[in-house]
Design a protein around this ligand. Structure first.
Ligand SMILES: *[C@@H]1O[C@H](CO)[C@@H](O)[C@H](O)[C@H]1NC(C)=O
Length: 323
């Protein structure tokens, strides 16, 4: 027994979602459908923006980068969770577990910074319309995208360096469907209280800073829009509504759940399902359904695809007699 207690953990057991989500075939189908919809929706946005030159502006580049992060955020753990619904023993190796922790933090915090970049872009466009083109060059837009990845990666490395070196002996049941950092460090055989506080404040710092920046920029934008009522206001409002809905959906659950007085609530489980499954699906819906430019670009893309299909069919039928 002594021997076993002192050998370090080589794999973690993922408990999965709680019993309220019965592990069975219908849950498997439900999440498979969700995941497929996420991939289709977000790749469609990326494809539309790349293929339509009229959408080669900072706003749409940032939007398609957001879709790309959403695909990443939903792909680092969800496919494994879906496959695990059909398995009895759900385990993950130590290295894979650390990899999941790394990517979750890169993508989730990258997305927060990208949301701030999108708000900044709207702020420049609406509050300084005359200088917008010079202020928001493509280089600056690329800079913002790179910054969001760099901040995400640095933040993630800072969290991971503490975690990898923790002594994991014995307990290895992670009460979630992926290696969620707060649940994993609970398993370490040290007093993790100080570590937990440090990590929480580290994470809280990025989340709070992003949230406050978003709050300030959208307040300034809304005040500006109110003061200048013109034809362009209506269009600005449609985009703004989409952005504000998205930000509320991203930060709302976080704030609501942590401020909720009844603590016997599976906080981590709800948040992780929300951020890896629901928000990635909502973004394409929010941004495309309310956006005329996006919708017409998609129709154009569909037209092009139909044309190429007809062309290839035509060439097939023309070739047929010679065969
Ligand atoms: C991200 O944004 C940059 C411009 O800053 C753009 O060149 C690139 O295509 C975008 N990436 C995606 C996946 O949309």
């Amino acid at each position: 027994i002594d021997q076993r207690n002192h050998s370090s953990v080589t794999e973690f057991v993922l408990v999965g979602l709680s019993t309220s989500w019965d592990s069975n075939f219908s849950t498997f189908c439900f999440f498979t459908m969700f995941y497929t919809a996420i991939l289709v929706g977000n790749f469609l946005i990326v494809l539309t923006v790349i293929s339509e030159p009229a959408l080669h502006t900072p706003m749409y580049f940032l939007l398609s980068n957001l879709s790309f992060i959403d695909v990443c955020l939903s792909s680092f753990a969800t496919p494994k969770m879906i496959a695990d619904f059909l398995l009895e023993h759900k385990s993950i190796s130590f290295n894979d577990c650390m990899t999941q922790i790394f990517f979750f933090h890169v993508f989730a915090h990258g997305e927060m910074v990208l949301l701030v970049a999108m708000a900044y872009d709207r702020y420049e466009a609406i509050c300084k319309p005359l200088h917008y083109v010079t202020i928001m060059s493509l280089q600056k837009c690329t800079g913002l995208v790179v910054a969001s990845w760099v901040i995400g990666i640095l933040h993630s490395l800072s969290q991971l360096t503490f975690t990898v070196n923790l002594p994991f002996y014995g307990p290895n049941e992670v009460d979630s469907f992926f290696c969620n950092l707060p649940l994993v460090i609970k398993l370490a055989c040290v007093d993790t209280y100080i570590l937990e506080i440090m990590m929480l404040s580290d994470r809280g710092l990025i989340a709070m800073t992003s949230f406050i920046l978003l709050l300030i920029s959208y307040t300034v934008i809304l005040v500006t829009v109110q003061q200048h009522s013109s034809a362009s206001t209506a269009k600005a409002c449609a985009t703004l509504t989409a952005h504000i809905t998205d930000v509320t959906l991203f930060f709302g659950p976080c704030i609501f759940i942590y401020a909720w007085p009844f603590r016997n609530f599976p906080v981590d489980e709800v948040l992780s399902v929300f951020y890896t499954v629901f928000t990635p699906l909502l973004n394409p819906i929010i941004y495309t359904l309310r956006n005329k430019d996006m919708k017409s670009a998609m129709q154009k893309l569909r037209g092009q695809l139909m044309n190429t299909r007809q062309l290839s069919q035509l060439s097939l039928t023309m070739r047929a007699p010679h065969n």
